[in-house]
Design a binder for this molecule. Structure first.
Ligand code: HIS
Length: 373
């Protein structure tokens, strides 16, 4: 009631957890030498919908400005950060940000993200640093039950390349693969080469642990491109396993969920309910719009999901000091003595059963002091 669909008020723990997540994220990224960046909430639609960024205008919150240009509420940090840092010196490589994105194709219109983008870095270094930062952060917010999934855009793209599909069919096929809809993949592939169809159907089920990589290394042993790609994923899995990530899986049939991805993709799932807590990947091609041929990779945490799952912080004890208008200032000064506690000052002592401790300001020998009730 009184709020548009997709908008929401929040109170209490959800906000406290979100602020804590933001604070810890800032600390972790600062310790790892990331620079903070913030971009405006209002941008030109073109930053996100241009041919290379390729995002869909339909799902954006948009309007015309006085000059007839379409403006939007930031639907994505990655494209906005790319616009902002394209002119920076290439020695600036690691960027971190926190704030909302607005999209109508998600449950809530506004979702809060905390993310990193690494540009101009050696590709494996960038990818490793992204994943290690994610693990570092999850550890600091005491989120331990998660799975990291790796995918690669170029498996699907490489397999369908010989078919020269129309953009529309390609997109339909990509969606069918995304939804693991075997029937639709079969139907769309009916007019085409049987071996491509078989590979795609095989890829629908190609998710799981290390054994999937092994299996497909055998299947693709004679294909230089796909073998190279599997070795690359294998190297990242080894890195993740050696830093102690409990579960790493691959999904070789995964297709890009954002049009600008072109390489490795990663996702983090919380084991408690399977929700996605972070998502990211390589997107070198986004920099082509600025005539730059460089390496770019990043990921963003869904801070709303994290805050829903974070353990509540250790609660401090809540004390109340009963004062009067005359003794209010004296009570206020007691905060220094009771630094460990949360302090509320009240004039009325009828409703104090909710506090852990109750103090009262009294006057003794013309001196004010607080005593425990
Ligand atoms: N912008 C992506 C996450 C990402 C950051 N960097 C690369 N990918 C998203 O909103 O899902």
């Amino acid at each position: 009631m009184f709020l548009p669909a997709g908008s929401q008020d929040e109170t209490g723990t959800q906000i406290a957890n979100r602020l804590k997540a933001y604070e810890i994220f800032r600390k972790v990224t600062e310790e790892r030498n990331y620079q903070l960046i913030s971009t405006p909430v209002v941008e030109y639609a073109h930053t996100f919908t241009n041919k290379i960024a390729g995002m869909d205008l339909h799902s954006m919150l948009k309007w015309f400005n006085g000059e007839g240009e379409i403006e939007v509420l930031r639907p994505d940090w990655t494209a906005a950060v790319a616009r902002a840092i394209a002119k920076q010196h290439i020695s600036c490589q690691k960027w971190s940000y926190q704030g909302s994105v607005f999209r109508m194709d998600k449950d809530g219109t506004e979702s809060r993200q905390a993310g990193i983008e690494i540009v101009h870095a050696e590709p494996f270094l960038g990818e490793s640093e992204c994943l290690l930062t994610a693990i570092h952060f999850l550890d600091k917010i005491e989120t331990t039950n998660y799975i990291i999934e790796l995918g690669h855009t170029n498996i699907f793209e490489y397999v369908i390349h010989p078919l020269s599909l129309t953009v529309e069919i390609e997109e339909e096929l990509r969606n069918a693969m995304h939804n693991k809809n075997r029937d639709l993949v079969q139907q769309l592939m009916a007019p085409f080469d049987n071996s491509v169809k078989e590979t795609l159907i095989q890829l629908i089920d190609a998710y799981g642990g290390n054994e999937i990589i092994k299996k497909f290394k055998d299947i693709w042993v004679n294909d230089v491109e796909l073998s190279k790609l599997l070795n690359h994923m294998d190297k990242l899995i080894q890195l993740l396993e050696s830093v102690g990530v409990a579960e790493v899986i691959v999904d070789l049939g995964r297709v890009k969920n954002l049009p600008y991805y072109d390489g490795i993709m990663f996702r983090g799932f919380l084991t408690s309910d399977g929700s996605t807590c972070f998502s990211g990947g390589r997107y070198d091609k986004l920099y082509k719009q600025f005539e730059m041929d460089t390496s770019a990779v990043g990921l963003a945490f869904d801070v709303d999901i994290l805050s829903q799952h974070m353990k509540a912080s250790k609660t401090k004890s809540i004390a109340c000091i009963i004062a009067t208008p005359e003794t209010h200032l004296f009570a206020e000064k007691q905060r220094k003595e009771l630094e460990e506690d949360i302090i509320d000052i009240q004039y009325d002592s009828t409703n104090v059963s909710k506090y852990d401790v109750v103090y009262q300001v009294i006057e003794e020998n013309k001196q004010l002091k607080v005593v425990r009730k």
